[in-house]
Design a protein around this ligand. Structure first.
Ligand code: SAH
Ligand code: MG
Length: 215
């Protein structure tokens, strides 16, 4: 699919299925005003997460990399009323905006937002495993590390989702000095080599890696 065709396809998909309400729109718009980087998932990617979490009957989800809470909102709405998201974010300004919007959208009681470095926070939440799903969308060079934690802390039948599988095409470049792309390639090879996981990549938007824990 050419790039213009992919864009047209995203619009087609959005018009058909993707119901982005005013809370979600507000997060996108206000994060521009606040100078927060525009690196949230696309509406179609948020909806994909939402869809897959419903397929899983997910109740306990971990998110690594919250930004202003756009993806967290899609995720939380896929859970039943007793479902919980543990959301990890290192940047306090991002976390502040996310917290405000969780409150506005009436989702605060289902989201536990922990502010700090995910590499330090993850071990502290291991006692609350097993989780149904882990969504990884933070620093790319730490993806292999997040994977190790996720596979150990998922239930069998649970899933890992990871954003930016394609890195705008850089995933297909040869080895070089691109730390993010190298981290993502190691992440993918580790999934492929792990007999507990079945891996795949959905080439929607910037790509979503998915891995199912089968053993
Ligand atoms: N998932 C969000 C976008 C996340 S952008 C969405 O789609 O709406 C990546 C976020 O990860 C940024 O807010 C950044 O501050 C955070 N981040 C980067 N490295 C991190 C780390 N080591 N621990 C916790 N958060 C981190
Ligand atoms: Mg991302």
């Amino acid at each position: 699919m050419t790039a213009p065709m992919h864009d047209a396809f995203l619009t087609y998909l959005r018009d058909l299925f993707v119901d982005e309400d005013e809370h979600l729109q507000q997060i996108r718009l206000e994060s521009i005003e606040r100078g927060i980087p525009q690196i949230h998932v696309l509406p179609e990617e948020g909806y994909l997460l939402h869809f897959m979490l419903r397929m899983l009957n997910a109740r306990h989800v971990v998110e690594i990399g919250v930004l202003a809470g756009y993806s967290t909102t899609w995720i939380t709405r896929a859970l039943p009323s007793d479902g919980r998201v543990i959301a990890l974010e290192r940047n306090p300004e991002h976390a502040d905006m996310a917290r405000e919007y969780f409150l506005k959208a009436g989702l605060s009681d289902r989201i536990e937002l922990l502010v700090g470095d995910a590499t330090e926070l993850l071990p502290t939440i291991s006692p609350r495993s097993p989780f149904d799903a882990v969504f990884i969308d933070a620093d790319k060079d730490s993806y292999p590390l997040y994977l190790d934690w996720a596979v150990d802390n998922l239930r069998i039948g649970g899933m890992i989702f990871a954003h930016n599988a394609l890195l705008g095409g850089r995933i297909l470049d040869g080895p070089g000095h691109d730390g993010a792309a190298e981290g993502m390639r190691i992440f993918h090879r580790k999934i492929a080599a792990d007999t507990r996981l079945l891996g795949n990549i959905i080439t929607l938007g910037d790509g979503m890696t998915i891995a199912l824990r089968i053993a």
